[in-house]
Every structure is written in structure tokens, then in C-alpha cells.
Design a protein around this ligand. Structure first.
Ligand code: 6R9
Length: 631
């Protein structure tokens, strides 16, 4: 399972393509199965229908916990670093984590949760979040973690879509200097969610909150009532493990479904190989568990590999811009995984925040979530890695479950801004608009994958046809990533960004349609169009063009109201960075908004807008250009 040299990578890659079933069957042997599979893979991309380790029975938590409790009970599994630097960090050994997970799984059971039930988790980055996730997995309940920054409405939409019967939350959350409500937001959400029977509340800020008799229960009280022994429920390889909502180019966020067996095998395999994890290494991923990176590479992959995973509650700039490096120094972190947006924001602060910190424990530096620009790559490499660490620019998606294209640390020769080469099992292709495969090197195209890997998306919750339409119909018999990509002369891959209407803001995927829906629900807004534009820190910013009925208040006040509406409907991460009030939008005669023009204007490039003769009313473009130049 472990690759040690570039030659071994080449051998593994070759085998994974020539004999995928033999390859993954061998990797999967390393895990604990209650019953072996009868067939490694069954698949077609038409329906799509993909099944890995068919007929295999297991429970992922036995592989994450029980196995390690036998072999390394006192090794730290999770090291929790609280928001406040002066607060003590908390270590949960594998033995303790196993006990806490089992206990909380019994709490879930005592409240009527059964295998297959959906549970919404809305929590800050505290150990209880990881415990709640694993407790669901222990008894086969399907977790749906909703990022703690989302609004009540976003929670309600997700709870309704998955028909969740329970929500797990906290009273409040600490984020840097701020104290934020959690339970209160859940209470607002639940007004529209009659199917939720129970809410479990863990204490964090001890903020006063309402507790409704018969519905709301304190975590700390409930765990006292149950035993610490909870046998793991037998799961089929293909039973759903979790749902995670993500944005696409159209409509509401969709619930990406991952299943137990393949996801376990692939996240563990990639964690071990990409980061070249060695027993005893301390690993720190700065993502939030509310996103896929936190699922796969804070919880599942690292714990399955028996690693020590650092869980950080706070933000990179609190109490100051040296916080990540303090954590690296304090916990002697060997492997560090973050996003380009964090790197870019920290680069802007003075040397004093990193120069005198002891970063000598670092061996591997990962990057994920968006393309890493040249400047950030070099800064990361030189100032944090001191030229001694591999920069693992890892490309993957919520739908892929695990890392797809990435260097293997200290093995694959890297190149700034390149995700380099596909991992074993991954067969990327570049295609043109007509679906023709582009062969050879030194080419650009849309990135597709032509063969399944163990943690590929299985379905979108409640709407299999949507999964088919979005991912498997654009290019028949291929999984379409939605990303553009170049393959250079050496066959190295570089992801160039989304080719659909998804904006990547600070590594968070935001659908233009979602933001437009939120904008259009603001009083007086007739129509809106949203595009992404290059943003120095965030990677991409959100630019909104809005047609208003009339401006009741002055422009600035109206803009602030509009931002408040977006925050209320989606959450602060979806707030436009720029708003421009216009009297018309550039539309074709068939009524389609020409986003190409809006993107150019937002980028500040109004010199060459291309052919606008097909527009219904080309004069709107003049107005927009003029307004932008006055800003
Ligand atoms: C893991 C994660 C997926 C989208 C993806 C792409 C972008 C992620 C990248 C990258 C360039 C990288 N992306 N990693 N672009 N280089 N190393 O981020 O999942 O939130 O679903 O976002 O992020 O555009 O399609 P998710």
C-alpha cells in the first residue's frame, strides 16, 4: 500500500490502470472487514452505478478506532487546539476517542436514531464535532455536516432535503475575537423543519439559549446516562456514510453521497501516500470539518492511518497572524495542509510572525481548494518550508472524496503551481468542447476522469438524475469535474479553475445561481447577475450586477441591506465583494445573460469585450462600462 520511490509510484500507477480490481483489492486487504467482498468493482457511468468491494461488510469506525485501540491505545488521535492561545490544548488518545465515540453513539441510539437515519451536525471545530461524526458512523446513521458559518435558512434547506430527524449543535462558538450563536441559529432553522425530533446541544460558550422540553438535550447530561460500550453496526460497503452539500452551477446545493467501503480505502490510501505519513508524525490540516477536506483529511483518512490529527478551533489571524506557526511549533507538526487563500493572507503580514518560530519539524506542506499562484507557492516553500519540504498541491473535489492529482511528498518532482501527476487509480483526460479527447502533451482542455476510483460520488441525495446530468452527461462515459486544466510538455497537470458558473471564494465553492437567488429575494431587486473575478487574497471575489426598481435609500445603505439579505439567506461567505447597480444586463436575443462580458468588466478589462453584436441591446454594455469606470 505504501509507495516509497518514484519507480514504485510508476509501477503502482501502471498496475492500477491495467488491473484496477487487483490493485484496489490488494489495498483493501489491509483493512478490517466483517465479511469479505465478492467482487471488487461493478460499474457503469451511464446510470451511473458504481459499487466497490461489492458485498463486503464492515464498519469504518472499527478501522479508525478499535484497530488502533489494540495497537496504539495511548497515542494521541486528536490534539485539539482551542481558539484562545492561552487555553490548554486537549489530547484525545485513541482509547479515549473510542470511548467517547461509543458513549455518544449510545446517546444517539437512546434517542431513537437507527441505521440509515440522517443526522445534521452544525458545530464549531471542537472535539465533540469529530465525536458526533464518528458516533453516527458507528451506528450507521448518515451524517450531514453543515459548515458552522451557514445561515439558518441554509441549515433548514439541508435538513429538509435529507429529512434529518436530529440536529447536533453547540450553544455557541468562538471564532477569533467573536462569540457566535449556534443553537439560536438552529432554533431559527427548525421553525421550518417539523421532521426534527431531537436536538443535542454540547456546551462551548455557555451562552444563554432556549432549551425546549422533550426536544432539546444537553450533550453532557446525556452521555452520563449511557454505557461506554457500543458495538459497531455492520455496514455494507455501499451503505451511505455521509451526505455533504456542495454548490454547483445551477439550483440549490446538492447532497453529495459517499459510501463506507470505497471512501475508507481511498482516503486512507491517499493520506498515507500523498503526505508520506510515518507512524508518530503529527499532522495538522487547517480546513473546517464542514467541508470535504475536513471530512477526508482531518477525520477519516488520518485516523484510519493511525495518525495524530490536530484540530484547530480558531482562525489564522487570532490573536495574530502567527497563529498557525505557533501551533506548528507547539505541537511539533510534521505535515501541514492548508489553502492558498490562507497562505496569501498570511504572506501580507510581517516577517516577525513566522521568522522566529521553530518550524523545523515540518516535512510536508499541502495546499488544496483552489489554484495556488506562483507567488504564494514560493512564499510557502521558502518561508515556511525553508526549502526543505515538498509542496503538495493536491487537486480534488467534494465529489471525488479524496485527493486525485498531487505530488507524493519527497517522491514526485514538483513544479510551482502544478498539481503534477495523477495518483494510482486515477485516469484523467482532457477533452475539448465537442467531447473529443485531446491527446499528447502541451495541451489545454476540460478535465474528465474515465474510470471509477473507490471514493467517487455515488449519487446526489434524493435525486439520482441530477448526479447523472451534472457529472456524467456532459461527456458520455466520463466523470466531468467542471475544471479546466493544462497538461504541459512533461505530462504534468495544472488546474486552471472552474469552467462552469461556480465561483471559488477562499477555497469555498459558491454557485452564481444561489447568490442570484438570494439577491433577487431582496426587496426592490428586479434582476441580478453574479460573476467571479480575480481577488488578491480570496482567489476569486463575487461581483454582483443588480437591477433595482428604484433606490429608496442612498446606494451605500442599499448595498449594506443587500449584503444583510445574502448573509441571512446563505451566510457571510456568499456576500458579494462588489455590487454595481445597472439598468440592464447584457442579454442575447434568446434571453441568456452573456456572462463572458460581465466577467471581463468585473476583471477590469473593458478594452476588448469581444463580439457584442448578438446582444438584444448592446447599449447596456456602454452603461456598465461607464459605471465601472466611475467607481
Ligand atoms: C477539496 C476541495 C473543488 C474545486 C475544484 C477546483 C478547486 C481544489 C485545487 C483546486 C486548483 C487545486 N480546487 N483543489 N484548484 N488546484 N489543488 O476543495 O473540494 O470544495 O468541492 O472544491 O476546488 O476548482 O473543482 P471542493
Amino acid at each position: 500500500m505504501r509507495i516509497n520511490t518514484f519507480e514504485e509510484y510508476e509501477i503502482a500507477y501502471k498496475k492500477s490502470v491495467e488491473d484496477p480490481e487487483g490493485f484496489w483489492g490488494e489495498v483493501a486487504q489491509k483493512f478490517e472487514w466483517k465479511k469479505p467482498w465478492t467482487k471488487v468493482l461493478d460499474w457503469n457511468f451511464e446510470e451511473p452505478n458504481v459499487k466497490w468491494f461489492v458485498g463486503g461488510k464492515m464498519n469504518i469506525t472499527e478501522n479508525l478506532l478499535d484497530r488502533h485501540v489494540r495497537e496504539r491505545p495511548n497515542q494521541p488521535a486528536i490534539v485539539w487546539e482551542p481558539n484562545d492561545k492561552d487555553d490548554e490544548s486537549v489530547t484525545l488518545t485513541y482509547k479515549v476517542l473510542h470511548e467517547r465515540v461509543s458513549r455518544f453513539a449510545n446517546v444517539l441510539k437512546s434517542h431513537g436514531v437507527e441505521k440509515g437515519d440522517r443526522i445534521c451536525i452544525y458545530m464549531p471545530m471542537i472535539p465533540e464535532l469529530a465525536i458526533a461524526v464518528l458516533a453516527c458512523a458507528r451506528i450507521g446513521a448518515i451524517h450531514s455536516v453543515v459548515f458552522g458559518g451557514f445561515s439558518a435558512k441554509s441549515i433548514a434547506d439541508r435538513v429538509n432535503d435529507a429529512n434529518c430527524k436530529m440536529v447536533i449543535t453547540t450553544d455557541g462558538a468562538y471564532r477569533g475575537k467573536k462569540k457566535l450563536p449556534m443553537k439560536e441559529t438552529v432554533d431559527d432553522a427548525l421553525i421550518g423543519c417539523p421532521m426534527v425530533e431531537k436536538v443535542i446541544v454540547a456546551t462551548r460558550t455557555r451562552t444563554p439559549i432556549s432549551m425546549i422540553k422533550g426536544r432539546d438535550y444537553w450533550w453532557e447530561e446525556e452521555v452520563k446516562k449511557v454505557s461506554a460500550d457500543c458495538p459497531a453496526t455492520e455496514m455494507d460497503s455501499e451503505d451511505p456514510l455521509f451526505i455533504l452539500y456542495t454548490s454547483g452551477s445551477t439550483g440549490k446545493p446538492k447532497g453529495v453521497v459517499h459510501t463506507c467501503g470505497g471512501y475508507m480505502v481511498y482516503t486512507t490510501y491517499t493520506f498515507t501516500n500523498v503526505f508520506q505519513y510515518n507512524p508518530g508524525d503529527v499532522y495538522f490540516c487547517t480546513a473546517d470539518i464542514g467541508w470535504i477536506t475536513g471530512h477526508s483529511y482531518i477525520i477519516y483518512g488520518p485516523l484510519a492511518a493511525g495518525a495524530t490529527s490536530v484540530l484547530f478551533e480558531g482562525v489564522p489571524t487570532y490573536p495574530d497572524a502567527g497563529r498557525f506557526w505557533d501551533i506548528v511549533e507547539r505541537h511539533k507538526v510534521n505535515i501541514f495542509y492548508t489553502a492558498p487563500t490562507a497562505i496569501r493572507s498570511l504572506m501580507g503580514f510581517g516577517k516577525e510572525f513566522w521568522e522566529n518560530k521553530d518550524l523545523s519539524s515540518l516535512k510536508v506542506l499541502g495546499s488544496v481548494g483552489e489554484p495556488i499562484n506562483e507567488e504564494a507557492w514560493h512564499w510557502y516553500n521558502e518561508n515556511i518550508g525553508k526549502g526543505n519540504c515538498t509542496i503538495c498541491d493536491s487537486w480534488w473535489q467534494t465529489e471525488t472524496g479524496g485527493i486525485m492529482i498531487s505530488p507524493l511528498a519527497n517522491i514526485t518532482p514538483t513544479k510551482p503551481t502544478f498539481a503534477t501527476l495523477p495518483l494510482p487509480g486515477i485516469q484523467p483526460e482532457l477533452v475539448d468542447e465537442n467531447g473529443e479527447v485531446i491527446e499528447g502533451n502541451g495541451v489545454n482542455g476540460n478535465l474528465v476522469i474515465k474510470f471509477p476510483w473507490p471514493s467517487i460520488i455515488r449519487t446526489t441525495w434524493g435525486d439520482h438524475d441530477r448526479c447523472k446530468q451534472v457529472y456524467f452527461s456532459t461527456y458520455p462515459n466520463r466523470y466531468f469535474t467542471g475544471d479546466g486544466c493544462m497538461r504541459d510538455e512533461d505530462g504534468y497537470y495544472r488546474i486552471t479553475g472552474r469552467v462552469d458558473d461556480v465561483i471559488n471564494v477562499s477555497g469555498h465553492r459558491i454557485g452564481t445561481a444561489e447568490v442570484e437567488d438570494a439577491l433577487n429575494s431582496h426587496t426592490g431587486v428586479i434582476e441580478s447577475a453574479v460573476v467571479g473575478y480575480p481577488h488578491e487574497i480570496k482567489g476569486q471575489g463575487i461581483f454582483a450586477y443588480i437591477i433595482m426598481e428604484s433606490l429608496l435609500h442612498d446606494e451605500d445603505l442599499t448595498k449594506r441591506d443587500i449584503l444583510a439579505t445574502v448573509t441571512r439567506i446563505i451566510g457571510p461567505i456568499a456576500k458579494p465583494d462588489e455590487i454595481l447597480f445597472v439598468s440592464g444586463l447584457p442579454k442575447t436575443r434568446s434571453g441568456k445573460i452573456m456572462r463572458r462580458i460581465l466577467r471581463k468588466v468585473a476583471e477590469g478589462d473593458t478594452s476588448n469585450l469581444g463580439d457584442i453584436s448578438t446582444l438584444l441591446d448592446p447599449s447596456v454594455v456602454d452603461e456598465i462600462v461607464e459605471k465601472v469606470s466611475l467607481k
